[in-house]
Design a protein around this ligand. Structure first.
Ligand SMILES: Cc1cc2nc3c(=O)[nH]c(=O)nc-3n(C[C@H](O)[C@H](O)[C@H](O)COP(=O)(O)O)c2cc1C
Length: 222
């Protein structure tokens, strides 16, 4: 792979633009009292700006020694300060959350130069909710969920295809079949930060922290 060393050099990376704009700006004085509402506005604007997969977010968890691990997931819903995602409880993230039920979520939308950071306690939704989420998936996605080996070592792609074909067949034959490990998790946010990038590096950071039934808003130094 010619040039791979080059492209990762400090000089080549420095030459790649970041936050080049034009960026939309953000008036924190006009921000709503509830971060869910602001997230809704920003998500709608990301969709309008043509951001691909704007509902994709990085989920960060820690292992029992405090070592972090992060991966991209899809946001399932945001309701009443609960940010939901779905995955297998036996996966690496599932095990980490069983041990340390805290997580951070990070969204980044390049076109408007916006980042949203969420932190909070994590708990599984009810078995009924997880089952309903599972059953709403396509047969292929249900097949993948039925396998339930996420994050385990795999001997080769042929094994993947054999096991997935079998599981997808079972999912298609029995539309009511639910993977026992499939779990909707809810992050109950205690902090949500909205970050608006600025071409001149005068970024705006508005942090919401939970305070009883409401939220306290604060600006942060960029
Ligand atoms: C755009 C995108 C969306 C994804 N959505 C999900 C998801 O909703 N649930 C999931 O379990 N994995 C999803 N993945 C895969 C995860 O990033 C990850 O590889 C997998 O869940 C295993 O993570 P773990 O080993 O840390 O448990 C997605 C990956 C990408 C790139």
């Amino acid at each position: 792979m010619a040039g791979m060393g080059e492209i990762t050099s400090a000089a080549r990376l420095r030459a790649l633009p970041s936050l080049a704009g034009p960026l939309p700006g953000f008036d924190p004085d006009a921000a709503p009292a509830d971060p869910d509402e602001l997230f809704g506005h920003w998500l709608a604007e990301a969709v309008e700006a043509g951001v691909v997969e704007p509902h994709a977010m990085t989920l960060s968890t820690v292992d029992p020694t405090g070592r972090p691990s992060a991966r991209v997931l899809i946001l399932k819903y945001l309701v009443d300060g609960c940010w939901a995602f779905a995955t297998g409880s036996g996966s690496r993230k599932g095990k980490e959350l069983a041990d340390t039920p805290w997580a951070a979520l990070t969204f980044y939308w390049p076109a408007p130069g916006r980042q949203v950071r969420v932190r909070g306690a994590v708990s599984p939704a009810s078995a009924d909710e997880s089952a309903a989420d599972f059953l709403a998936r396509s047969p292929g996605a249900r097949g993948a969920g039925l396998v339930g080996n996420q994050s385990e070592p795999l001997s080769g792609l042929a094994e993947r295809d054999r096991v997935l074909d079998d599981a997808t067949g079972r999912a298609a034959a029995d539309p009511g079949l639910v993977a026992p490990e499939w779990t909707v998790y809810r992050v109950v946010a205690d902090e949500v930060e909205f970050w608006q990038g600025d071409e001149r590096r005068r970024h705006v950071r508005l942090s919401y922290t939970r305070d009883g039934d409401g939220w306290v808003r604060r600006l942060l130094w960029p």
